[in-house]
Design a protein. Structure first.
Length: 734
């Protein structure tokens, strides 16, 4: 049996439908020649001219027809927008066609200017209404009140039958979290809709187009005529863009005649939608739609602020627990006692109800956990399964079936691998959170057989409430919890390594490996340099003595010299790493403000990065080896400038804070960031991330930095988010 559902919609090219909705008409002109390349077939309904007859005409030919005014020059209007880079201050341009007022809305689509015309119908002062609405919305302090009031204000403004605020969940499905409706309608509040109801590419368009109107689902869309066959017009930013036939049928199945949506964004992602339904056809004037868009933007900002506020509150609590555990680890002789015997314990590290530790072949538990025999089996499975330093799941039993017998204690786990070789790890547990989800129709029944018995792709026909009991699932692990665990893991590993000489075999292996690496690196680097110098010298001599060498030969020898230079640079990096292990540390008091400002100036000049804003805050002095500390900050600041240089408004900030027994420096950038799956590889020798392949580097620098910091009995860690930025922390003992 073939399994067919609405996920097939993900491949529908909804941004190039080849049609527009019929409540307006469209023209598209070449951005260089101003000749009309596209026209909607319904132009005749508005202008009395055949759309095909307009193709390849100059847009200036329509001045009198469109405005009936000798002063109106459409080409000049387009040139003005072209000069400004957009049409924001022009849109909407009001004009008269015959006796009817129209709005002209212009945008650029690749090599064309798209001109969309729709009637201007607004008969009241929208600005005054918007101002009052925003004041009413923002007067609510809690999130539920904010959303509910926003729905009420939107309903008052556009007078649709039903206004819903629809929030997307992490798995893509949505829930109606606020609703205002006519009294005769059944409520949708609290209902959930499967992710397949709004396909992926539709969500991407919602991020680009803050509002979307479907004025009448029962009207036929108007085709777009093209001057050249086979050429399509991208309508990504179009207000008239036709609607997917699947979505039209979906709305008809719900009994909806007209629909309007406003996108809600938080941190650049689609938080949800204000979904508006009317059960008779209803057009909304462009300026009214722009008013609701403003409300949506303000509501988005309020949601974002509220989310940041909640995240900061959670971050503060969890970071306090991490910091206290870090103090215990420094103070206590025994690692397990530090993590389990004080007022703050590992359980406080995350919103968990229990934690289990496998350390030195013994199991330690806190709170509610599975039995020890079950823990041993789980630990063995994790050792085989975990490829990265951290693993988390909110539904463990879905991937590890034995967990079904203890879902009341461990439906969700967050595991941190301390040492894969030693088989040591920490696992946090969250219990089952049973919940009943009320779906608007069966989410697993995305389509039904047609009358003739055949299966064809079509939207759901049934929206009757369907209750699903969700079992064996815990609350999801937050980014804050995962980040906190990574930070604590780094601290535990640092502590263990310091104390490992007396209690761990692994430390001896690491020590031996470091010594062998030093000797090998130092010897090989020196042994390679002599023949490498000879290669480069003989190549240069050959080029000097053979002036008549053809271009191909010169090019090949040039590559030899470039390769020799690159190898020389790599040898220098390896020698630096070897010297860190061999050289004595000469402790002096270092004036950090002078050092950091000098480094920032040198890095900016060396990388030709004068456009990168480098801010230097407080710089407490530290004790350390001047040469080695200079090497550390040069490497970290250089990386920060290099990896944010291509960002919009690139910025690097450097500041230090004096804590009780440490001075902690923080170097922040808004660059490319580090993927969470590479966190445990950042300080490994010759390891480079996938997203830095276009940047120069050897993968040695951070390994050197880490070794220098360890030789100073300090700490180094980082926090990063992909495509957002990175923060490196350097902690030095007072």
């Amino acid at each position: 049996m073939i399994n067919i559902d609405l996920t097939n919609c993900d491949r529908e090219p909804i941004h190039i439908p080849g049609k527009i909705q019929s409540h307006g008409f469209l023209l598209a002109v070449d951005a260089l020649t101003y000749q009309i390349s596209f026209a909607s077939a319904n132009v005749g309904d508005y202008l009395g001219l055949d759309g095909a007859a307009l193709l390849d005409k100059n847009i200036s030919d329509l001045n009198m027809l469109l405005a009936g005014d000798d002063d109106f020059d459409l080409k000049q209007l387009l040139k003005l927008g072209k000069l400004q880079g957009n049409f924001d201050i022009i849109n909407p341009y009001k004009l008269m066609i015959g006796e009817v007022h129209y709005y002209l809305i212009i945008h650029r689509s690749e090599a064309h200017f798209v001109l969309e015309f729709e009637q201007a119908t607004l008969q009241y002062d929208i600005q005054n209404i918007i101002g009052k609405s925003i004041s009413e919305i923002l007067s609510n302090k809690n999130l539920d009140g904010l959303l509910s009031r926003a729905a009420q204000e939107i309903k008052s403004m556009i007078e649709y039958d039903r206004i819903m605020i629809y929030k997307f969940k992490e798995d893509g499905h949505g829930e109606v979290v606020a609703e205002v409706k006519n009294e005769d309608l059944e409520p949708f509040f609290g209902l959930h809709y499967p992710a397949s109801d709004i396909p992926k590419q539709a969500r991407e368009l919602y991020k680009l187009n803050m509002t979307r109107i479907i004025a009448d689902v029962n009207t036929e869309a108007s085709a777009i005529l093209a001057y050249e066959e086979g050429i399509t017009l991208d309508l990504t930013h179009s207000t008239l863009r036709a609607v997917s036939p699947i979505h039209i049928q979906y709305l008809k199945n719900m009994g909806v005649a007209s629909s309007f949506s406003i996108s809600l964004l938080a941190h650049g992602e689609l938080w949800g939608l204000i979904a508006c339904h009317n059960y008779t056809p209803k057009f909304i004037d462009f300026k009214a739609r722009e008013g609701t868009k403003l409300i949506g933007q303000i509501l988005s900002s309020a949601l974002e602020y509220r989310q940041v506020e909640e995240d900061n509150e959670q971050n503060t609590l969890l970071n306090e627990a991490v910091n206290e555990l870090a103090v215990y680890l420094d103070r206590d002789a025994d690692v397990i006692s530090a993590l389990t015997k004080h007022e703050k314990t590992l359980v406080d590290m995350a919103h968990s109800t229990g934690v289990a530790i496998l350390f030195e072949d013994r199991i330690y538990t806190l709170g509610s956990t599975p039995e020890e025999s079950d823990l041993l089996e789980l630990f063995n499975w994790l050792k085989l399964t975990m490829d990265e330093s951290v693993y988390h799941s909110a539904k463990l039993s879905a991937v590890y079936r034995p967990a079904l017998k203890y879902t009341d204690k461990a439906s969700g786990i967050l595991a941190a691998m301390l040492s894969k070789d030693m088989g040591e790890l920490i696992v946090w547990f969250k219990p089952e959170k049973m919940q009943t989800i009320h779906w608007a129709g069966n989410p697993d029944k995305a389509m039904e057989p047609a009358a003739d018995g055949t299966l064809s792709l079509s939207p759901r026909n049934s929206f009757a409430s369907f209750a699903e009991i969700v079992r064996h699932t815990s609350e999801r692990w937050t980014k804050t919890e995962i980040s906190g665990v990574l930070k604590l893991r780094e601290k535990i590993m640092t502590t263990v390594n310091k104390k490992a000489n007396e209690i761990r075999l692994l430390n001896e292996r690491l020590k031996l490996a470091y010594e062998e690496l030093d000797t090998f690196s130092y010897t090989i680097s020196h042994d390679l340099r002599t023949p490498l110098t000879s290669i480069k010298s003989y190549t240069e001599m050959f080029l000097l003595k053979n002036k008549d060498l053809d271009e191909q030969g010169k090019k090949l020898l040039g590559r030899v010299m470039i390769g020799a230079d690159k190898m020389g640079y790599l040898i220098d990096e390896i020698l630096k790493l070897a010297r860190v292990g061999r050289s004595d540390v000469e402790m002096v008091r270092i004036s950090m403000e002078t050092l950091i400002k000098d480094i920032a100036t040198e890095v900016s000049a060396a990388q030709k990065a004068s456009h990168v804003q480098i801010q230097v805050g407080d710089c407490p002095d530290i004790d350390g080896d001047f040469t080695l500390i200079t090497q550390v900050f040069t490497n970290i600041i250089s990386n920060a400038v290099k990896y944010c240089a291509k960002s919009v408004n690139p910025k690097v900030s450097i500041e230090g804070v004096a804590e009780a027994d440490e001075i902690i420096y923080k170097i922040t950038d808004n660059g490319i960031g580090i993927d969470i799956k590479y966190y445990d590889r950042v300080f490994e020798l010759f390891k480079r991330m996938e997203n830095v392949k276009d940047f120069d580097g050897t993968g040695v620098g951070l390994a050197i930095v880490k070794r220098i910091i360890e030789r100073h009995n300090g700490r180094i860690w980082f926090e990063s988010e992909l495509n957002v930025g990175t923060v490196f922390y350097l902690a030095f003992k007072k």
